[in-house]
Design a protein around this ligand. Structure first.
Ligand code: NAP
Length: 450
């Protein structure tokens, strides 16, 4: 007799009809990748770089919480690693338990999240198992992906651009019951249709990074790139960078992709990004030492960009932060835009403000995406106009290894995690569309495998 969770997995793998999925017994617990509050001091004074996610991430069984009226249980077939999984599991810049406590103070339903463990993960693909009484557009059996914008729609501040909502949160980072688990709890307004030409793991890896890059490059809330614009993309073969490159190319722009190895440079060229800067091979060193930057290096980067594309860039897609921001502000064209969503290498930023004001540049902050933007980005994946950047796949038990690889900049594109899916390559329904774009869909995977 299979357990409840095995029965769910088998029904999904065997493509059981919706009525059968709706009738499946729900387990009371599920397995997930979580961190525990008792571990938050485990790294002592170690610097971020030396903290190892493998030590903090545990795979454990946790009780499923009661379902709120506007929520759904999703049987997660696959998930993916994001940098926020790294932050959560090295407890930097803050342990995430403070976020859960704040959510816990908000409401009866919020209280469920405030626990001494935090189930992580901000991406998922899978199947809806049950929906709450207020859910209208989704039902058991629906095959879905999940976007991670967790919004309280009773808050007036969420009703223009929901990313402006005062209590906007990232699911699986600032809320509990994230996607790195066999079953996840999501709000109905996080659900989106699964791209049916993709496997579970290919479908799971896009939500967070693809939506973020869509807002940063395409949306009027971001840089609203125009045809003909040139865009400097830092970390162009990485999680958000590889989607940014696709959006620049799709929108008739010219990406200048920065990376740190010949392998990554080749991958970028294979994506159609002809202007590539290998920052390691070129030996760029924007900081002379811990305290002082080297404006000559900014100048050298600017010259390199002009050599490659004949002019300064209109937009800089910025996220490394402290290591690159001085250079980013310098190399954007007069009147150009530096759009930033992160600071991987340090958030205390320094740049020469003269270049910003005298040359009328704009520095703009950007964060994830609202539901409309995430939906549009997902639709582009469904239409095979944007492709997954999945390079490696790990079983749930090895979530720590996968997070370690992202933390140490050892991976390209996205790293997938199989939750309930018993293997790779499952879940494809539209074989014809897949066949048409197979080269693009599998590009990162093939590069990884050499
Ligand atoms: P990722 O997959 O690790 O890729 C980051 C890329 O940045 C790497 O491939 C690396 O490329 C480059 N990089 C790393 N350190 C660098 C440095 N010191 N100087 C220049 N380039 C450097 O991570 P990701 O998923 O793209 O995320 C990147 C950052 O964005 C993270 O901090 C993440 O938390 C943040 N993020 C924010 C949002 C949001 O909504 N605000 C959403 C997604 C991600 P090379 O070594 O090849 O140059």
């Amino acid at each position: 007799m299979p357990s409840a969770i095995e029965a769910i997995r088998d029904a999904i793998v065997n493509d059981a009809p919706a009525e059968e999925i709706a009738a499946l017994e729900l387990p009371t617990t599920a397995r997930g990748a979580l961190v525990r509050e008792e571990d938050v001091d485990m790294f002592g004074d170690l610097p971020d770089d030396d903290r190892d996610p493998r030590q903090a991430l545990r795979i454990e069984e946790f009780p499923l919480p009661e379902l709120a009226p506007d929520e759904a249980y999703v049987a997660v077939m696959a998930s993916a690693i994001n940098f926020n999984t790294v932050w959560s599991s090295i407890f930097r810049p803050l342990p995430t338990f403070g976020f859960l406590k704040r959510l816990g103070r908000e409401s009866y339903w919020g209280k469920r999240h405030d626990l001494p463990y935090h189930v992580l993960g901000s991406d998922a693909s899978g199947v809806v198992l049950r929906v709450g009484s207020a859910v209208r557009s989704w039902k058991p059996g629906d095959r879905v992906t999940v976007q991670c914008n967790h919004v309280d729609d009773q808050d007036p501040s969420s009703h223009d651009d929901s990313m402006m909502a005062s209590n906007q949160r990232i699911w699986g980072f600032e809320t509990n019951f994230g996607g790195l688990a066999e079953i996840s709890v999501v709000k109905a307004n996080q659900l989106m249709p699964k791209p049916e030409h993709l496997s579970w793991e290919e479908a799971a890896c896009n939500g967070l990074c693809n939506s973020t890059s869509y807002r940063m490059i395409v949306s009027k809330n971001g840089s609203h790139m125009q045809q003909g614009d040139s865009v400097l993309v830092w970390g162009a073969s990485g999680g958000i960078g590889a989607y940014a490159v696709q959006y620049v190319l799709n929108g008739g722009g010219t990406p200048v992709g920065v990376c740190s190895s010949e392998k990554r440079a080749e991958l970028l060229r294979a994506m159609g990004c002809d202007a590539v800067i290998d920052r390691r091979a070129e030996g760029f060193r924007f900081w002379k030492d811990e305290h002082e930057q080297d404006p000559k290096e900014w100048l050298r980067l600017g010259k390199k960009i002009r050599e490659l594309v004949g002019r300064d860039v209109d937009i800089v897609f910025e996220h490394p932060g402290r290591q690159t921001m001085g250079a980013s502000v310098f190399v954007a064209k007069r009147g150009g835009l530096i759009i930033t969503c992160a600071a991987t290498s340090g958030f205390m930023i320094e740049y020469d403000n003269r270049y910003l004001w005298m040359n009328l540049k704009t520095l703009k902050g950007c964060h994830f995406a609202n539901y409309r933007e995430a939906w549009a980005a997902n639709q582009l994946v469904c239409d095979a106009r944007v492709h997954p950047t999945l390079s490696r796949v790990f079983p749930l038990e090895q979530t720590g290894e996968a997070a370690y690889a992202v933390h140490k900049n050892l991976s390209e594109g996205k790293l997938g995690v199989l939750c309930l899916a018993p293997g790779e390559g499952l879940g494809v329904r539209n074989e014809a569309l897949r066949e048409q774009y197979l080269d693009q869909i599998t590009l990162f995977r093939r590069f990884e495998q050499g």
